[in-house]
Structure formats: structure tokens, C-alpha cells
Design a protein around this ligand. Sequence first.
Ligand code: G
Ligand code: G
Ligand code: MN
Ligand code: NA
Length: 254
Amino acid sequence: IALERALRRALENGELEMYYQPQVDVTTGRIVGAEGLMRWNHPERGLLSAGEFLPFAEENGLMLPLSDWMLDALCRDLLAWNMAGGDALRLSLNLSPQYLDRGDFFEKMRGALTRYGISPAQIEVEITENICIRNPQYAIEQLNKLCQLGVSVAIDDFGTGYSSLAYLHRFPIHTIKIDQSFVKEIHDEAGHYPVILAIISIARGLGLHLVAEGVETDVQARYLQANGCATMQGYLYYRPVSLDSFLDVLAAQQ
Ligand code: G
Ligand code: G
Ligand code: MN
Ligand code: NA
């Protein structure tokens, strides 16, 4: 209960903030996008990452107001990206299943984009495979609407959920994000990591973009690149950073 009150207060007092983790195309060395990750500047406990409070928000009905806030904050921040020369970059946002389930999610998304004059082509929505299971028909409809608007869709944590490969056909998907747990297993550049290779092969076969997550070592990056995945997200390149720091990174890249 105390945490619930604190989170509501956080929303009202502007204690929440979006951080951005750049994604790098290693063939050009350039940043091609960033994932938006929620942070809470807690007055006593300091900066909390999403994993420390979003599960609680999911269980206590706070995911919807937090998601409303997130959409607005992301679009506002995108205006700053674009002024700093980042208008060709894509922003990925994590879509909570509870938010997708809500009937007016699509209107909220379109409303936020319109309010700030953001092109839908700049947005990618990350869903997890599990979203596809409970009510696949509804999820497909919602995602199709997003695609018609020009927003693209990524599957986050790919390979860790409960979906079947059949869903990849039925869902309008543009990008697969290779889960960190698979990337962590890469210790030897000359090694053989069949799960990674299989995921890369699926993406290639279906004509999907690929992003590797949680890339922490040169060995991992070289193995991924050598086998056909060139877009990397991970501590080897950048940690999630505040908007101001992200704008500095963009300015340095110009
Ligand atoms: O940033 P962190 O490692 O704490 O993220 C933990 C989890 O929280 C990740 O699975 C991520 O997808 C999720 N997450 C981070 N930011 C957001 C957000 O703004 N909205 C939603 N729905 N999930 C988020
Ligand atoms: O579930 P999702 O993929 O959205 O979670 C992304 C989370 O992974 C972010 O909260 C981010 O802080 C974390 N993350 C990003 N890069 C790395 C990394 O290189 N190593 C580790 N351990 N975590 C990472
Ligand atoms: Mn994600
Ligand atoms: Na992930």
C-alpha cells in the first residue's frame, strides 16, 4: 500500500523519467535507435530501474497510468532527439500486455504522436511472445492497426516465451530481439551456439530485422556480427542513459 501511494505520488511529482539505451549498427558504428526504459528517481532510494517497480505496478493496477505517462514522455523526448539530429533514429518502447488489452490503447498511441507531431515511422513497439497467447486474435487486430498507422513491431526476449513459431506468420512483426540469456552464453568466437544461429536463420528466412540484446563482450559482438546480426544493444556499447546524456551522444555522432 505504501509503495502504491509512493508510485502515485511519483507520477504527480514528476519523479519518473525515461532513459534511453542506444542500439548500434556495428557495420557503420552508428547509432540507429534506442530503447526507452522507465526509471524512478525515488526521493530516498535513489534511481530505481523498471524491474524494481513495474512488476508491482502490474499487480496493483498502476500499469495503465504509468503507460499513459510513458507514451507522453517518449513523444516529448522524441522532439528533443529530432532537434539534436536524431530524426532518422527509431525509438523502441516496451508495451505492457495490460496496456495492449485496454481497448483505447491504439487511440492513446495515435493521440500522443499527433500531440507532438511525431512520425509513427519513428516508433517501434516491443511485445513479448506471451502477449500472443491469451487472446491472439485481439492482439493481431491491435498490432495490425499499429502497423497501418506506420508503427513497427518487435518481439522482445525472443525464444524465452511460450509462443509457437506459427505466431511469427500471423503477427505483423518487423524485428526480433535476441534475448540476453542467449547472448550471455557466447564465450568463444570460434564456438558454435545453435540457438543463436537458429534465431538468426529464422529472422533471415522471414525477412525480419534483428537486434542482439545484452551484448557485453567483444567476443559476443564479433560472433553475432560474423553470423549475420549487426545491430547491438548492450553495456559493451552503452548503458541506458538519461535524455540529456543521450542527446550528448547524438551530438557527438553528428
Ligand atoms: O530497465 P530494466 O532492466 O529494469 O527493465 C526491466 C524490465 O522492465 C524489462 O523487461 C523491460 O522490458 C521492462 N520495462 C522497462 N521500461 C519499461 C517501460 O517503460 N514500460 C514497460 N511496459 N516495461 C518497461
Ligand atoms: O526485457 P527487456 O529486453 O526490455 O529488458 C531490457 C533490460 O536489459 C534493460 O532494463 C537494460 O537495463 C538491461 N540491459 C541492457 N543491456 C544490458 C547488458 O548488456 N547487460 C545486462 N546485464 N543487462 C542489460
Ligand atoms: Mn525491451
Ligand atoms: Na529483452
